[in-house]
Design a protein. Structure first.
Length: 67
């Protein structure tokens, strides 16, 4: 359990007043409580539009349609 003497935030460099720590705590709590933006229902296709050359076979027949 935490006691009242323990601090949740730690100042790495410099000296922070209690008002400054309260301000940064308020900003961080507001960011954490903010609702994320709604994702669009459908973003288009879910596969890549380009070919991965390392997955293509090394040999293609001369009469292949993938020339």
């Amino acid at each position: 359990m935490s006691t009242a003497a323990e601090s949740v935030l730690r100042v790495e460099k410099g000296l922070a007043d209690p008002e400054e720590l309260a301000a940064i705590t308020a900003v961080l709590l507001a960011r954490a409580a903010a609702q994320p933006a709604a994702a669009p229902a459908h973003r288009g296709r879910n596969t890549a539009g380009w070919r991965r050359l390392e997955r293509t076979p090394g040999f293609r027949a001369p009469h292949s349609w993938q020339g």
